[in-house]
Design a protein around this ligand. Sequence first.
Ligand code: PEP
Ligand code: MN
Length: 548
Amino acid sequence: MKVAIQGARGSFSEAAAARVWTDVELVPCREAAHVVAAVRDGTADAGILPVENSIVGSVTATWDVMLEAFEGRAMRLTEEVLLPVRHALLAPKGAEAGKLRRVLSHPVALGQCRRWLAAHAPAAELVAEWDTAGSAEIVAQLGDPAVAAIAPAAAAGALDVLADGIQDDPSNQTRFLAFSRDGAITDGPRKTSLVLRLDHRPGMLAAALQAFAARGVNLTSLQSRPEPAAPWTYRFYVDVEGDPAVPPLLEALESVEALAARAVVLGCYRAATPGAAPAPRLSRPEIPLHDRRRFPAGTVVRVGSVEIGGPAPILIAGPCSVESEEMIQRTATAVAAAGARMLRGGAFKPRTSPYDFQGFGAKGLRWLAEAGRRAGLPVVTEVMGWEDVPLVARHADMLQVGARNMQNFALLRALGRCGRPVLLKRGAGATVEEWLMAAEYVLSSGNPDVVLCERGIRTFERATRHTLDLNAVVLALQRTHLPVLVDPSHAAGLRALVPALAMAGLAAGAHGVIVEVHPDPDRALSDGAQSLDLEAFERLARRTREAG
Ligand code: PEP
Ligand code: MN
């Protein structure tokens, strides 16, 4: 096996090659472009090049050379190698670090030892050479005790090792990519490298990255490089986990290729670290995942230490919107003392009018999470768009899908991967079947922790905001193993109706109640008319305990 490397014998590239192939006959080359050329013209069977270092970052020249070489598919990437890199200071006999005038090495190696050199060889000029082991050869030929090289200790030959392990961080590693003309990949986890050029418009990079994010494809590296022929525009080198021939990366790449001005897959290769398992193909199960026949005893969903779906009905309480730090703190303390087990509060508010208060967004999330933490209550809050799922999941214990979003399938799919339980409200115009199939989206996307919530449907009746559909509560309890809650606040729209509807929901078999509570409902920024004040909530909580 003839393998082209950049550098001399004894270099880190040789060590990297030894990790991929046995019985290697080296073809040492001075530059990355020569390594690629040697493989393309058949001088070597395969090549290996350093692409990134954990201290100094990308070896940008290599990526640019690879783009040119791999675009035509004359050869293919095959394997990634992560090589621990330990540097030594090598010099002729009699040399002392403090007296060195010049230190030679590959610029990447000099960069990895900058702090050590500043402390121990402060007078030395750092001289960039083509290779680490190659620098050791030059130093040996010069024989001048004022000139040293940084290279692997194994490349010392007749030189002295003045110091070993001089890299600035002990975890120093270099990432190599191997390639060959036939491109055969051995079994194992896969990674894929690609290059994107995007139109110079707002949101294009975000949209490209979202194509991966929406399908749960993990990005492992992203770099931008200037486009030499068009100053101040950029190309993006992207590494992702997965194989472009297999979902989910297959589907993500279809989107990215349709979106980008240019998209070139440099190759797919065996990853050095555990990569992503391909997503199992979604096939229709014999019995739907939400169906009660799967778990006749019912499912208990755990939110922190709270169990929803067990024998004890739970109360979730809090304001429609988080309005300030003090207000949510005060409400949390009061509802916790009254017997609520979870705190609710909206930070992203779906409002009918775009001119109404829209919620405090990320700031509101932080206030809510802190109030819940201090009161010892897990928190639930609405997420309105799939792009906000990671943000909301970072701060909330449970993510709410609002009635208006019940059939936002992109959001439901994203919640399948959010790692948090989901509270799925029923759409005001959705049938029970549509509601259960919305839950099926979350379940089939990988999240088993779904709680349903009946919050009133639209009927001909205008005297109340909506109509609490207890038929649907009983029916859902018969048809699904998932827990079911009622939200009497949004159903009624009037606080005077809320306690009776809450009790009715529990009598129908609901596993709990979620109600809006505000310290000063008449001054609430949203849904004040349906919000209980703190005393009314305390009375409701007592009533539910007495009934249970
Ligand atoms: C809410 O919980 O404040 C809310 C907006 O609910 P729904 O989506 O049920 O209207
Ligand atoms: Mn509300």
